[in-house]
Design a protein around this ligand. Structure first.
Ligand code: FRU
Length: 496
């Protein structure tokens, strides 16, 4: 009786429930252990980078590096999923299979509206995907040029794909690492439209140009003597963006493995100008998109409707240091939540902010305002919003029935996610670690997305971000606000 009247009281208060700890009941989901409740993960097998992100006819297409026959990396396919709202994903049949030219590595897709490739027609323009062919036989034989760029096209809005008859379209001039074409359409200084391919080549980026997506010529190179070079550069993306003063900037995302700020893989970015095939950075500051250990190979969607006016991005939520040994059973890896990336300014320096895509709000099921310092969690599909009282110091801890803990804090100008005691860690020597990011400016709010095996922390709506995977022995079921946070809202999210 008591529970029922409380239930009606809560409903009456416009879905914001002001309830105490006792009223929140933890309901574990019925998914396999570690399976995310609202992040995209493949039904089975291995996944790494997001590929070919494109919006067409009301659908966001997501392709991904996929090996369906095993939970470790192998002959790469392009897996395929679609969503109408960026939160509910439907996995579709595999889009691209390896063939005699090799595995299908990462790449991108564009809408060839004017049929410049002549692969469709004026009435039915094609979607064109550029990807890397990786020939494992040539690699074993010690060749250098075993990676080249191939093309595939779709005449049914991305549902099925045909490979171009005379692949590859871009041969390898002799670089061991020559991959991950990100194609975009640009308008040149003379007003002409042109296709631009940004390609990762060893630990640099090369820019190629084409009028028809099939014949490519080298325009320029970038990366020597600037940025992090702890490993190869991969999955670049060159994006025009407005600076805070309204001026036009170009942001170059480049994933680097190893050499990230937390060891292993991470994504750095450069801000500058791009003219006539030449990228000129504004400065030589080292910038990281996400300071957590588990965010790699992220790129943006192409062909978003003009009225969306945003750069929509998604990344692979893992790290090559341990991606193949994490303790999931029938599948491996999930993607981050989709994020919007924008420039903002701190003390005269431009930085990139990545905020949860607004569509994520659709996942909100029930909101609880917590007044006590300790509270049960209603499930493991959770969003948390909180105001930071003191910019120097805040801390909160999640715990579970196995006595494990995951803590988040800001202290002495460092924002930290500590996963040392957050569950299984013995599959990799470095996994049990606390990961910190420097934040010299004021933290005003935090927003957290917690799922069965991940946490994404957005400080000031994404001015600083840390993404981390976790493998707790039992689900997170409690939250404790240690200090420094106010107006804490606990939001139960819809889950699979
Ligand atoms: C990045 C990456 C890419 C490559 C793909 C292979 O994670 O190494 O450079 O195309 O994965 O699966």
């Amino acid at each position: 009786m008591k529970t029922r009247s409380l239930f009606f009281f809560c409903l009456a208060s416009l879905s914001i429930l002001s309830c105490n700890q006792q009223e929140i009941k933890f309901t574990p989901n019925t998914l396999e252990q570690f399976r995310p409740g609202y992040h995209f993960s493949p039904a089975k097998g291995w996944m790494n980078d997001p590929n070919g992100l494109i919006y067409i006819d009301g659908e966001y297409h997501l392709f991904f590096q996929h090996y369906p026959d095993s939970t470790v990396w192998g002959p790469m396919h392009w897996g395929h999923a679609v969503s109408k709202d960026l939160v509910n994903w439907e996995e579709l049949p595999i889009a691209l299979f390896p063939d005699s030219l090799g595995y299908i590595f990462s790449g991108s897709a564009v809408y060839d509206e004017e049929n410049s490739s002549e692969l469709g027609s004026k009435e039915n323009p094609p979607l064109v995907a550029l990807f890397t062919y990786h020939d494992p036989t040539q690699e074993k034989e010690g060749a250098l040029d075993f990676q080249s760029q191939g093309l595939a096209y779709s005449l049914d809005k991305g549902n099925t794909w045909s490979k171009y008859a005379t692949n590859p379209v871009l041969l390898n001039p002799g670089f061991r690492d020559f991959r991950d074409p990100k194609v975009t359409q640009i308008t040149k200084e003379n007003g002409q439209k042109s296709w631009l391919m940004t390609l990762a080549v060893k630990d640099q980026v090369h820019f190629y140009e084409s009028a028809n997506l099939k014949d490519w010529s080298l325009l320029g190179e970038f990366g020597k003597g600037i940025g992090a070079h702890g490993g190869v550069w991969e999955c670049p993306d060159l994006i025009p963006m407005k600076a805070t003063d309204g001026s036009q900037k170009w942001v170059l995302l480049v994933s680097t493995n190893p050499g990230g700020p937390q060891k292993g893989s991470a994504t750095q970015y450069f801000i500058g100008d791009f003219k006539q095939g030449k990228f000129t950075p504004d400065d030589s500051l080292l910038r990281w998109l996400d300071y957590g250990p588990d965010n790699y190979a992220g790129v943006t969607w192409s062909n978003l409707p003009k009225d969306q006016d945003r750069n929509l991005w998604i990344g692979w939520m893992s790290n090559w240091d341990y991606a193949q040994v994490v303790p999931t059973s029938t599948w491996r890896s999930a993607l981050t939540i989709p994020r919007e990336i924008n420039l903002f300014e701190v003390d005269g320096t431009l930085l990139l902010k990545s905020s949860p895509a607004r569509e994520l709000e659709k996942l909100r099921k029930t909101t609880y305002s917590i007044s006590k310092t300790e509270s049960l969690l209603p499930s493991t599909s959770i969003e948390i919003l909180a105001e930071v009282i003191s910019d120097e110091l805040f801390s909160l801890t999640f715990s579970n029935e196995s006595g494990e803990e995951l803590s988040i804090s800001k202290e002495m100008g460092l924002v930290t996610i500590d996963r040392r005691k957050a569950g299984k860690t013995n599959f990799n020597l470095d996994f049990a670690a606390a990961h910190s990011a420097p934040m010299s400016w004021k933290a005003e709010s935090i927003r957290i997305f917690l799922d069965a095996s991940s946490i994404e922390l957005f400080v000031n709506e994404g001015e600083l971000v840390l993404t981390s995977t976790l493998f707790p022995s039992s689900p997170w079921s409690k939250i404790k606000i240690n200090h420094g946070l106010d107006e804490v809202q606990l939001i139960e999210l819809f889950s699979k």
